[in-house]
Design a protein. Sequence first.
Length: 255
Amino acid sequence: MIPHSLAMIVLTQIDRLMIVKFIGNSEAGLYSFGFSYAVLMLIFSNAVLQAYNPWLYLTYEKNDILSIKKSNKSITSFLCILTIIIITIGPEVLFILGTSEFMDAKWVIAPIALGALFQYVYNAYSSLELYHKKTKIIALGTILTALVNFGLNYTFIPIYGYYAAGYTTFICYLLLAFFHLHAHRKICNKTVFNDVFIWKATILTSILGIIMTTLYPYFYLRYVILFIFLFVLISTKKIEILNLFKFIKKQYVRN
């Protein structure tokens, strides 16, 4: 896993290094400020997977694929909702955490948060590859994605500035998730997750996330849309959301 770990370091750090090289330290600071907020999505998804994976392995051994699909669908839905919330309230959170000079960083929140969402998808798929001890496949995907990330940053950061780094991160994690979609299917020789739902939900979340970014200048409209969105979801998915929290709590207590 050493090649994978080194490639992940490149994938997560090269954007800021190239911003410094091509633009400057102040822009790298703005990018890092927006990144540190948007990456909250990744911190939460990693915590969920830490609780989920032991259960996943035991259920996978029993070949209870239906339970895996059901639970993963609930987790994916919740993380998609969380991503939309993080993107929508981003400008106000940055204003509270920083000063007006840092507000320009809001434009990288959406791509970084969406990249973190697809990193969750990739981690979910690669957990089964790890179960089968196919670490070379995991390393291959990470190395290829790191090379793509370097090429995209080298091409677009000098043209579009540090904003480009957010979108190259998003694209690369999307590609990495797509790579592991096919890799884990080949290794497991069956469909373990509800892949159609996962990709429909994450793509729709990406579209909604970008739309909410265009609404950043319209404070009231943005929050009206968010509250309607949450009201409809809570009204229709209340039981599933409560069951998900109970499941995660149970796994953490067990671990």
